[in-house]
Design a protein around this ligand. Structure first.
Ligand SMILES: Nc1ncnc2c1ncn2[C@@H]1O[C@H](COP(=O)(O)OP(=O)(O)OP(=O)(O)O)[C@@H](O)[C@H]1O
Length: 346
Protein backbone atom coordinates (compact mmCIF):
# COMPACT_ATOMS: atom_id res chain seq x y z
CA UNK A 1 0.00 0.00 0.00
CA UNK A 2 0.97 3.60 -0.45
CA UNK A 3 2.77 5.02 2.54
CA UNK A 4 4.50 8.27 3.32
CA UNK A 5 7.81 6.85 2.17
CA UNK A 6 6.52 6.68 -1.41
CA UNK A 7 3.89 9.42 -1.43
CA UNK A 8 4.63 12.77 -3.05
CA UNK A 9 3.25 16.21 -2.45
CA UNK A 10 1.73 17.93 -5.49
CA UNK A 11 2.40 21.49 -6.61
CA UNK A 12 0.48 23.24 -9.38
CA UNK A 13 1.89 26.58 -10.52
CA UNK A 14 0.10 28.91 -12.91
CA UNK A 15 -1.70 25.95 -14.44
CA UNK A 16 -3.87 26.78 -17.46
CA UNK A 17 -5.98 24.21 -19.29
CA UNK A 18 -8.37 24.92 -22.15
CA UNK A 19 -10.87 22.64 -23.84
CA UNK A 20 -10.98 24.27 -27.28
CA UNK A 21 -12.37 27.76 -26.65
CA UNK A 22 -13.39 26.99 -23.06
CA UNK A 23 -10.71 27.92 -20.54
CA UNK A 24 -11.29 25.47 -17.65
CA UNK A 25 -8.28 26.40 -15.47
CA UNK A 26 -7.02 29.99 -15.61
CA UNK A 27 -3.76 29.86 -13.71
CA UNK A 28 -4.19 27.54 -10.75
CA UNK A 29 -1.66 27.74 -7.91
CA UNK A 30 -2.13 24.96 -5.39
CA UNK A 31 0.12 22.94 -3.10
CA UNK A 32 -1.04 19.61 -1.72
CA UNK A 33 1.22 18.48 1.10
CA UNK A 34 2.70 15.02 1.22
CA UNK A 35 0.29 12.72 3.04
CA UNK A 36 -2.49 15.29 3.03
CA UNK A 37 -6.14 14.73 2.13
CA UNK A 38 -7.11 17.84 0.20
CA UNK A 39 -10.74 18.26 -0.85
CA UNK A 40 -11.57 20.42 -3.88
CA UNK A 41 -15.01 22.02 -3.88
CA UNK A 42 -16.62 24.42 -6.29
CA UNK A 43 -19.75 24.89 -8.35
CA UNK A 44 -20.51 22.84 -11.44
CA UNK A 45 -18.16 23.82 -14.25
CA UNK A 46 -15.57 25.39 -11.90
CA UNK A 47 -12.86 23.08 -13.27
CA UNK A 48 -12.62 20.44 -10.52
CA UNK A 49 -12.49 17.40 -12.80
CA UNK A 50 -10.12 19.21 -15.14
CA UNK A 51 -7.79 19.89 -12.20
CA UNK A 52 -7.76 16.20 -11.22
CA UNK A 53 -7.23 15.14 -14.81
CA UNK A 54 -4.35 17.58 -15.14
CA UNK A 55 -2.69 16.03 -12.07
CA UNK A 56 -3.25 12.59 -13.59
CA UNK A 57 -1.68 13.69 -16.89
CA UNK A 58 -4.92 13.38 -18.85
CA UNK A 59 -4.96 17.07 -19.87
CA UNK A 60 -2.41 18.98 -21.83
CA UNK A 61 -1.85 22.31 -20.00
CA UNK A 62 -1.28 25.37 -22.18
CA UNK A 63 0.76 27.03 -19.42
CA UNK A 64 2.11 26.33 -15.95
CA UNK A 65 3.69 23.33 -14.28
CA UNK A 66 2.83 20.24 -12.25
CA UNK A 67 5.35 18.89 -9.72
CA UNK A 68 5.23 15.67 -7.71
CA UNK A 69 7.68 16.33 -4.90
CA UNK A 70 10.72 17.88 -6.58
CA UNK A 71 10.04 16.22 -9.91
CA UNK A 72 8.34 18.17 -12.67
CA UNK A 73 5.77 15.93 -14.37
CA UNK A 74 3.97 18.48 -16.56
CA UNK A 75 4.82 16.56 -19.74
CA UNK A 76 5.13 13.09 -18.19
CA UNK A 77 2.63 10.56 -19.55
CA UNK A 78 -0.17 9.36 -17.22
CA UNK A 79 1.17 5.79 -17.03
CA UNK A 80 4.51 7.06 -15.78
CA UNK A 81 3.19 9.36 -13.03
CA UNK A 82 2.20 6.68 -10.50
CA UNK A 83 -1.17 8.27 -9.92
CA UNK A 84 -4.43 6.39 -9.49
CA UNK A 85 -7.84 7.87 -10.08
CA UNK A 86 -11.26 6.69 -8.90
CA UNK A 87 -14.05 7.99 -11.10
CA UNK A 88 -17.65 8.77 -10.25
CA UNK A 89 -18.74 5.80 -12.37
CA UNK A 90 -16.07 3.46 -10.88
CA UNK A 91 -15.42 2.19 -14.45
CA UNK A 92 -15.20 -1.48 -13.42
CA UNK A 93 -14.93 -4.13 -16.13
CA UNK A 94 -18.28 -5.99 -16.09
CA UNK A 95 -16.89 -9.25 -17.51
CA UNK A 96 -14.10 -9.58 -14.90
CA UNK A 97 -14.53 -10.70 -11.32
CA UNK A 98 -13.50 -8.43 -8.44
CA UNK A 99 -10.06 -10.00 -8.08
CA UNK A 100 -9.31 -9.53 -11.78
CA UNK A 101 -10.70 -5.97 -11.73
CA UNK A 102 -8.37 -5.02 -8.90
CA UNK A 103 -5.41 -6.84 -10.44
CA UNK A 104 -5.97 -5.40 -13.92
CA UNK A 105 -3.52 -2.51 -13.69
CA UNK A 106 -0.84 -4.76 -12.20
CA UNK A 107 -1.25 -7.33 -14.97
CA UNK A 108 -1.01 -4.52 -17.53
CA UNK A 109 2.32 -3.54 -15.95
CA UNK A 110 3.63 -7.09 -16.29
CA UNK A 111 3.12 -8.35 -12.71
CA UNK A 112 2.71 -12.15 -12.87
CA UNK A 113 -0.77 -13.53 -12.42
CA UNK A 114 -0.32 -15.24 -9.03
CA UNK A 115 1.46 -12.22 -7.53
CA UNK A 116 -1.16 -9.83 -8.96
CA UNK A 117 -3.94 -11.91 -7.38
CA UNK A 118 -2.14 -11.96 -4.04
CA UNK A 119 -1.72 -8.15 -4.07
CA UNK A 120 -5.33 -7.72 -5.21
CA UNK A 121 -6.58 -9.84 -2.32
CA UNK A 122 -4.48 -7.81 0.13
CA UNK A 123 -5.82 -4.49 -1.25
CA UNK A 124 -9.37 -5.84 -1.14
CA UNK A 125 -8.91 -6.74 2.52
CA UNK A 126 -7.69 -3.21 3.32
CA UNK A 127 -10.88 -1.64 1.93
CA UNK A 128 -13.20 -4.32 3.30
CA UNK A 129 -14.11 -6.24 0.15
CA UNK A 130 -11.87 -9.27 0.62
CA UNK A 131 -14.91 -11.56 0.73
CA UNK A 132 -16.13 -10.44 -2.69
CA UNK A 133 -13.18 -11.44 -4.87
CA UNK A 134 -15.09 -13.99 -6.96
CA UNK A 135 -18.09 -11.74 -7.72
CA UNK A 136 -18.74 -9.76 -10.88
CA UNK A 137 -19.54 -6.00 -10.63
CA UNK A 138 -23.22 -6.64 -11.47
CA UNK A 139 -23.45 -8.75 -8.28
CA UNK A 140 -22.25 -5.88 -6.04
CA UNK A 141 -24.05 -3.05 -4.26
CA UNK A 142 -23.02 0.56 -4.94
CA UNK A 143 -20.94 0.70 -1.76
CA UNK A 144 -19.20 -2.57 -2.64
CA UNK A 145 -18.39 -1.31 -6.13
CA UNK A 146 -16.88 1.78 -4.60
CA UNK A 147 -14.64 -0.33 -2.37
CA UNK A 148 -13.50 -2.36 -5.38
CA UNK A 149 -12.68 0.82 -7.31
CA UNK A 150 -10.69 2.07 -4.32
CA UNK A 151 -8.84 -1.24 -3.98
CA UNK A 152 -7.99 -1.12 -7.69
CA UNK A 153 -6.52 2.36 -7.19
CA UNK A 154 -4.59 1.51 -4.01
CA UNK A 155 -3.09 -1.74 -5.28
CA UNK A 156 -0.93 0.25 -7.70
CA UNK A 157 0.74 2.01 -4.78
CA UNK A 158 0.13 5.45 -6.26
CA UNK A 159 2.22 8.43 -5.25
CA UNK A 160 -0.98 10.45 -5.52
CA UNK A 161 -4.57 9.22 -5.23
CA UNK A 162 -7.25 11.16 -7.10
CA UNK A 163 -10.92 10.72 -6.21
CA UNK A 164 -13.51 12.31 -8.51
CA UNK A 165 -16.83 12.31 -6.63
CA UNK A 166 -16.41 8.65 -5.70
CA UNK A 167 -19.44 8.61 -3.43
CA UNK A 168 -21.93 10.50 -5.56
CA UNK A 169 -23.78 7.31 -6.51
CA UNK A 170 -24.32 6.16 -2.95
CA UNK A 171 -27.41 6.88 -0.88
CA UNK A 172 -27.04 9.50 1.88
CA UNK A 173 -26.68 7.05 4.81
CA UNK A 174 -24.05 5.00 3.03
CA UNK A 175 -22.18 8.16 2.07
CA UNK A 176 -21.87 9.11 5.71
CA UNK A 177 -20.44 5.72 6.72
CA UNK A 178 -18.22 5.46 3.62
CA UNK A 179 -16.74 8.89 4.17
CA UNK A 180 -15.73 7.90 7.70
CA UNK A 181 -14.19 4.73 6.29
CA UNK A 182 -12.41 6.67 3.57
CA UNK A 183 -10.91 9.01 6.14
CA UNK A 184 -9.82 6.06 8.30
CA UNK A 185 -8.31 4.38 5.24
CA UNK A 186 -6.39 7.51 4.35
CA UNK A 187 -5.04 7.75 7.89
CA UNK A 188 -4.03 4.08 7.82
CA UNK A 189 -2.30 3.92 4.43
CA UNK A 190 -1.04 7.51 4.33
CA UNK A 191 -0.50 8.85 0.83
CA UNK A 192 -1.43 12.13 -0.79
CA UNK A 193 -5.07 12.33 -1.79
CA UNK A 194 -7.02 14.90 -3.78
CA UNK A 195 -10.76 14.40 -3.45
CA UNK A 196 -13.42 16.25 -5.44
CA UNK A 197 -16.96 16.47 -4.13
CA UNK A 198 -20.15 18.47 -4.43
CA UNK A 199 -21.21 17.42 -0.95
CA UNK A 200 -20.51 20.14 1.62
CA UNK A 201 -20.78 17.82 4.62
CA UNK A 202 -18.45 15.31 2.97
CA UNK A 203 -15.93 18.04 2.22
CA UNK A 204 -15.96 19.42 5.76
CA UNK A 205 -15.80 15.98 7.36
CA UNK A 206 -13.02 14.54 5.20
CA UNK A 207 -10.62 17.34 4.47
CA UNK A 208 -7.33 18.19 6.10
CA UNK A 209 -7.67 21.30 3.93
CA UNK A 210 -10.27 22.54 1.49
CA UNK A 211 -9.47 24.22 -1.82
CA UNK A 212 -12.33 26.31 -3.20
CA UNK A 213 -12.32 26.57 -6.97
CA UNK A 214 -14.44 29.09 -8.86
CA UNK A 215 -14.36 29.75 -12.56
CA UNK A 216 -10.98 28.04 -13.04
CA UNK A 217 -9.21 29.80 -10.16
CA UNK A 218 -8.45 28.66 -6.60
CA UNK A 219 -10.05 31.34 -4.44
CA UNK A 220 -9.17 29.98 -0.98
CA UNK A 221 -7.26 27.12 0.62
CA UNK A 222 -7.46 26.32 4.32
CA UNK A 223 -8.77 23.93 6.93
CA UNK A 224 -12.55 23.51 6.84
CA UNK A 225 -12.77 25.55 10.03
CA UNK A 226 -10.68 28.39 8.57
CA UNK A 227 -12.62 28.52 5.30
CA UNK A 228 -16.01 28.36 6.99
CA UNK A 229 -15.04 30.74 9.77
CA UNK A 230 -13.18 33.33 7.68
CA UNK A 231 -14.20 33.08 4.02
CA UNK A 232 -11.79 35.01 1.80
CA UNK A 233 -14.50 36.32 -0.52
CA UNK A 234 -18.27 36.75 -0.65
CA UNK A 235 -18.38 33.84 -3.10
CA UNK A 236 -16.73 31.49 -0.56
CA UNK A 237 -19.07 32.83 2.14
CA UNK A 238 -22.07 31.81 0.06
CA UNK A 239 -20.60 28.57 -1.24
CA UNK A 240 -19.01 26.87 1.78
CA UNK A 241 -21.29 25.67 4.55
CA UNK A 242 -24.53 23.77 4.85
CA UNK A 243 -26.29 27.13 4.55
CA UNK A 244 -24.94 30.06 2.53
CA UNK A 245 -23.84 33.03 4.63
CA UNK A 246 -26.52 35.76 4.88
CA UNK A 247 -25.10 38.75 2.96
CA UNK A 248 -26.43 42.28 2.87
CA UNK A 249 -25.42 45.29 0.78
CA UNK A 250 -23.68 48.06 2.75
CA UNK A 251 -26.72 50.32 2.31
CA UNK A 252 -29.29 47.74 3.48
CA UNK A 253 -31.84 49.40 5.77
CA UNK A 254 -30.92 47.26 8.78
CA UNK A 255 -27.60 46.25 10.28
CA UNK A 256 -26.50 45.43 13.81
CA UNK A 257 -25.43 48.46 15.86
CA UNK A 258 -21.73 49.24 15.48
CA UNK A 259 -21.30 47.40 12.14
CA UNK A 260 -19.89 49.66 9.39
CA UNK A 261 -19.56 47.96 6.02
CA UNK A 262 -17.39 49.79 3.42
CA UNK A 263 -19.14 51.78 0.71
CA UNK A 264 -20.28 49.44 -2.04
CA UNK A 265 -19.36 46.41 0.08
CA UNK A 266 -21.37 43.92 2.08
CA UNK A 267 -21.79 42.62 5.58
CA UNK A 268 -22.63 39.03 6.38
CA UNK A 269 -23.63 36.75 9.21
CA UNK A 270 -23.91 32.95 9.41
CA UNK A 271 -27.36 31.51 10.07
CA UNK A 272 -26.00 29.96 13.27
CA UNK A 273 -25.09 33.42 14.62
CA UNK A 274 -28.54 34.95 14.19
CA UNK A 275 -30.49 34.91 17.46
CA UNK A 276 -34.27 35.31 17.50
CA UNK A 277 -36.43 36.76 20.25
CA UNK A 278 -40.08 37.82 20.52
CA UNK A 279 -40.64 41.22 18.91
CA UNK A 280 -40.17 44.18 21.24
CA UNK A 281 -42.14 47.39 20.82
CA UNK A 282 -39.30 49.80 20.00
CA UNK A 283 -36.80 47.42 18.45
CA UNK A 284 -35.35 48.29 15.08
CA UNK A 285 -34.02 44.76 14.43
CA UNK A 286 -37.43 43.47 13.57
CA UNK A 287 -37.86 40.81 10.94
CA UNK A 288 -40.80 38.95 9.53
CA UNK A 289 -40.90 35.15 9.68
CA UNK A 290 -41.62 33.87 6.18
CA UNK A 291 -41.25 30.10 6.65
CA UNK A 292 -39.90 27.65 9.21
CA UNK A 293 -38.28 24.43 7.97
CA UNK A 294 -38.00 21.66 10.56
CA UNK A 295 -34.66 19.90 9.93
CA UNK A 296 -34.75 17.46 12.84
CA UNK A 297 -32.37 18.77 15.48
CA UNK A 298 -32.50 22.27 13.96
CA UNK A 299 -34.96 24.70 12.49
CA UNK A 300 -34.18 26.85 9.48
CA UNK A 301 -36.14 30.05 9.96
CA UNK A 302 -36.54 32.07 6.77
CA UNK A 303 -37.06 35.75 7.45
CA UNK A 304 -37.18 39.13 5.76
CA UNK A 305 -35.59 42.19 7.28
CA UNK A 306 -35.75 45.59 5.57
CA UNK A 307 -36.70 43.85 2.31
CA UNK A 308 -33.71 41.45 2.41
CA UNK A 309 -33.94 37.68 2.93
CA UNK A 310 -32.19 36.13 5.94
CA UNK A 311 -32.00 32.59 7.31
CA UNK A 312 -31.51 31.79 11.00
CA UNK A 313 -30.62 28.35 12.27
CA UNK A 314 -31.90 27.53 15.73
CA UNK A 315 -32.02 24.35 17.78
CA UNK A 316 -35.48 22.75 17.57
CA UNK A 317 -37.66 23.75 20.50
CA UNK A 318 -35.93 27.06 21.17
CA UNK A 319 -38.09 29.23 18.93
CA UNK A 320 -41.38 27.35 19.01
CA UNK A 321 -44.36 29.42 18.12
CA UNK A 322 -42.38 32.26 16.57
CA UNK A 323 -44.50 33.71 13.81
CA UNK A 324 -45.14 37.14 12.44
CA UNK A 325 -42.54 39.63 13.67
CA UNK A 326 -39.44 38.75 15.69
CA UNK A 327 -36.39 40.62 16.91
CA UNK A 328 -32.98 39.70 15.52
CA UNK A 329 -29.98 39.47 17.82
CA UNK A 330 -26.66 39.57 16.01
CA UNK A 331 -23.40 39.98 17.90
CA UNK A 332 -21.25 42.50 15.92
CA UNK A 333 -18.27 40.21 16.62
CA UNK A 334 -19.96 37.54 14.45
CA UNK A 335 -20.29 39.90 11.46
CA UNK A 336 -18.09 39.47 8.35
CA UNK A 337 -17.25 42.45 6.14
CA UNK A 338 -16.47 42.35 2.41
CA UNK A 339 -15.25 45.22 0.24
CA UNK A 340 -16.78 46.35 -3.05
CA UNK A 341 -14.76 43.65 -4.88
CA UNK A 342 -16.08 40.94 -2.58
CA UNK A 343 -12.81 40.56 -0.64
CA UNK A 344 -12.89 39.90 3.08
CA UNK A 345 -11.89 42.75 5.36
CA UNK A 346 -9.96 41.77 8.47
N1 LIG B 1 -14.01 17.78 -23.10
C1 LIG B 1 -14.43 19.03 -22.96
N2 LIG B 1 -14.70 19.80 -24.04
C2 LIG B 1 -15.12 21.08 -23.91
N3 LIG B 1 -15.33 21.68 -22.71
C3 LIG B 1 -15.12 20.95 -21.61
C4 LIG B 1 -14.67 19.58 -21.67
N4 LIG B 1 -14.53 19.12 -20.40
C5 LIG B 1 -14.88 20.16 -19.60
N5 LIG B 1 -15.23 21.23 -20.32
C6 LIG B 1 -15.63 22.56 -19.78
O1 LIG B 1 -14.60 23.00 -18.90
C7 LIG B 1 -15.16 23.62 -17.76
C8 LIG B 1 -14.71 22.89 -16.51
O2 LIG B 1 -15.23 21.58 -16.53
P1 LIG B 1 -14.99 20.53 -15.36
O3 LIG B 1 -15.64 19.23 -15.78
O4 LIG B 1 -13.56 20.49 -15.01
O5 LIG B 1 -15.82 21.20 -14.18
P2 LIG B 1 -16.29 20.57 -12.79
O6 LIG B 1 -16.01 21.61 -11.77
O7 LIG B 1 -15.67 19.24 -12.60
O8 LIG B 1 -17.84 20.44 -13.03
P3 LIG B 1 -18.89 19.36 -12.43
O9 LIG B 1 -18.96 19.66 -10.97
O10 LIG B 1 -20.18 19.72 -13.14
O11 LIG B 1 -18.38 18.00 -12.76
C9 LIG B 1 -16.67 23.62 -17.96
O12 LIG B 1 -17.01 24.86 -18.53
C10 LIG B 1 -16.89 22.50 -18.94
O13 LIG B 1 -18.05 22.74 -19.73
Amino acid sequence: MTDLATADGVRLSGLKVAHGDVVALRGVDLTVRRGELLVVVGPSGAGKSTLLRAVAGLENPCAGTVHFGDREVTRVRPGERQVAMVFQSYALFPHLDVAANIAFGLRARGVRSAEARRLAAAAATVVGCGHLLARRPAQLSGGERQRVALARALVREPKVLLLDEPMSQLDPQLRVSMRAELRALHDRVGGTTIHVTHDQAEAMALADRLAVLNDGVVVQVGTPTQVWGAPATDFVARFVGALPMNLFPADAPWRPAGVRPPTGGQWGVRAEAVGLAPAGADDDGQAEVVRVEPMGADLHVHLRVGGNPLVARAPAGTVDGLTGRVTLRVDPAAVHLFDADGRRLP
